[in-house]
Design a protein around this ligand. Structure first.
Ligand SMILES: [Zn+2]
Length: 114
């Protein structure tokens, strides 16, 4: 499952970060997930819990910050909110739209227990 491997890498990175800081355990992991990243947040939450078992992130909380998709029309440079890759410029109806935001999937912050 896609979300399972994402959860594993998030927890892996967070645990390494926490170890570097000499922390015993992790309390919160904060994540930026773009609406166009193709990630099912519910599924990710579910996988996260099982991945955390037996790691310093056990019983930690996963906070997902959903990032809105934004596109820019390459013809008229109009910027607008998008929710799919097949976006149509609302101003000039061009399909030449560059995705500026919404594909991100990144670890934003790790809160640890000292
Ligand atoms: Zn346009």
């Amino acid at each position: 499952m896609h979300e399972m491997s994402i959860a594993m890498s998030i927890v892996d990175i967070a645990c390494k970060e926490a170890q570097k800081d000499g922390a015993k355990s992790i309390s919160v992991i904060e994540l930026d997930v773009g609406k166009l990243a193709g990630v099912m947040v519910d599924s990710l939450m579910f996988c996260y819990e099982s991945v955390c078992k037996g790691t310093p992130a056990e019983n930690s909380k996963l906070l997902v910050n959903e990032v809105t998709g934004m596109g820019e029309c390459l013809k008229c440079h109009f910027e607008f909110e998008i929710d799919s890759f097949m976006a149509l410029c609302p101003q000039c109806e061009s399909y030449e739209v560059k995705i500026k935001q919404g594909r991100e999937l990144k670890l934003k912050a790790v809160t640890v227990n000292e």
